[in-house]
Design a protein around this ligand. Structure first.
Ligand code: NAD
Ligand code: DAU
Length: 375
């Protein structure tokens, strides 16, 4: 049994991780620390809020004292660090919070972990700090370059990726200098349930349902390597259980698509869904284009992202050979699952898009926080 502290557990990947972990390991204790920025959503973790081994703390990773208290009180032996500002466009518009959360916040967690695990000796010989990072730290690839490997040089191009690169370096330094037991995973683009609809795939699905434009930055020929979120979450489990201390693991989908092709693919699948399901036609009267089988007419070319990375691709061979990582969900199946999830959870994405999700505070959730001492 392990006692986990999950930072950013109310965000996209963190939520999927918490759901996965509590189902796979029902006897482990899972403590979530999340400050609930615009990207954090209490409703995401409502499914597990009632479980006696689940605790939620509304707080900031920059509060080192709070993190120390949680590590101590809950006898945490494994910290999985998702909390971050994660959207590249927002980092271009305003880098401050990216520097604060991604760099200073990671430093705060490392400081707390060192104090409790190494200086005070709690779980000194049995602790793990797993840092969830991104392929964006490696910069951009040319059309014929080999995919990023763990040995690729760091060359971040956006304030977001630079802040993630800095956090990776700090995690590495705490291992080399102080002997903290760390692992790092650098993953490619995720998609799936609970993905915040400012990111390409959920934006396109929900905009089709609202008959809104589908913005393509620049020429739409930028390439991303897409991985279904459940495969990423499983890979993190493998790194925690089987990864070597001090090592980094690249995790990817071996699934490179241009943005334009991804958007056209989703349009096609949505057209087919509406053509075969009269109930959808009734449910979404405003979705005019997709009802006519013409979702692709919503595509709109807009100005390019500043410093836009042209291509990402990940070589996962190390994770495959050393910890048994194997992608289970194909892009075709993953996109179908994702579309189905958004179609079945329109209250979720509508409340996110209109902002009302931030008022979501069911009574039982509040009571649970009081009972378990959460803030
Ligand atoms: P997200 O933006 O959906 O969620 C981030 C979560 O962190 C939110 O719940 C937010 O409230 C919380 N948070 C932000 N600042 C905080 C702070 N100061 N203190 C406590 N909580 C805070 O992000 P995501 O897409 O789920 O990404 C999670 C992690 O995975 C990030 O570190 C990101 O860099 C990394 N990653 C993401 C992808 C991807 O495709 N989304 C791919 C590779 C790596
Ligand atoms: O590679 C991993 C990274 O993937 C993570 O580290 C980031 O946290 C995550 O946000 C994601 O970054 P991207 O910038 O690749 O994802 P995004 O969904 O914002 O954009 C995907 C591609 O689509 C990118 O080339 C920009 C483009 N795009 C995006 C949006 C939102 C568009 O063309 N139109 C859009 O409206």
């Amino acid at each position: 049994m392990i006692n986990l502290l999950v930072t950013g557990g109310a965000g996209f990947i963190g939520t999927n991780f918490v759901h996965y972990w509590m189902e796979a390991y029902p006897n482990d204790k899972v403590v979530v620390l999340d400050t609930l920025t615009y990207a954090g959503n209490r409703a995401n973790i409502a499914l597990v809020a009632d479980k006696p081994n689940f605790y939620f703390y509304h707080g900031n990773i920059c509060e080192t004292g709070l993190v120390e208290r949680l590590l101590q009180e809950h006898k945490i032996d494994t910290l999985v660090h998702f909390a971050a500002e994660s959207h590249v466009d927002r980092s271009i518009a305003g880098p401050d919070t990216f520097i604060e959360t991604n760099i200073v916040g990671t430093y705060s967690l490392l400081k707390a972990a060192k104090k409790i695990w190494l200086d005070d000796g709690l779980n000194q010989n049995r602790h793990r700090f797993h840092h969830v990072s991104t392929d964006e730290v490696f910069g951009t690839l040319g059309p014929n370059d080999p995919p990023f490997s763990e040995g690729s040089s760091y060359a971040p191009n956006s304030p977001y990726s630079a802040s993630k690169a800095a956090s990776d370096h700090l995690v590495r330094a705490y291992h080399q200098t102080y002997g903290l037991n760390v692992t790092i995973s650098n993953c490619s683009n995720n998609y799936g349930p609970y993905h915040f609809p400012e990111k390409l795939i959920p934006l396109v699905i929900t905009n089709i349902l609202q008959n809104r434009p589908l913005p393509i930055y620049g020429d739409g020929q930028q390439i991303r390597d897409w991985l279904y979120v459940a495969d990423h979450v499983h890979a993190i489990d493998l790194v925690i259980k089987k990864g070597q201390i001090g090592e980094c693991y690249n995790i990817g989908g071996n699934n490179q698509w241009s943005n334009l092709d991804v958007v056209k693919f989703i349009c096609q699948r949505m057209n087919e869904k509406f053509a075969s399901d009269a109930h959808l036609v009734e449910k979404y009267p405003q979705a005019k284009k997709v009802r006519l089988g013409q979702a692709q007419d919503l595509i709109a070319y807009v100005s390019d992202r500043a410093g836009h990375d042209r291509r990402y691709a990940i070589d996962s061979i190390k994770a495959m050979c050393q910890i048994g990582f194997k992608q289970k969900v194909t892009f075709e199946a993953g996109i179908q699952k994702t579309i189905n999830w958004y179609l079945s959870n329109d209250t979720w994405w509508k409340s996110v898009k209109d902002g009302s999700y931030q008022e979501w505070t069911p009574a039982q959730f509040e009571a649970k926080q009081v009972n378990n001492g959460g803030r």
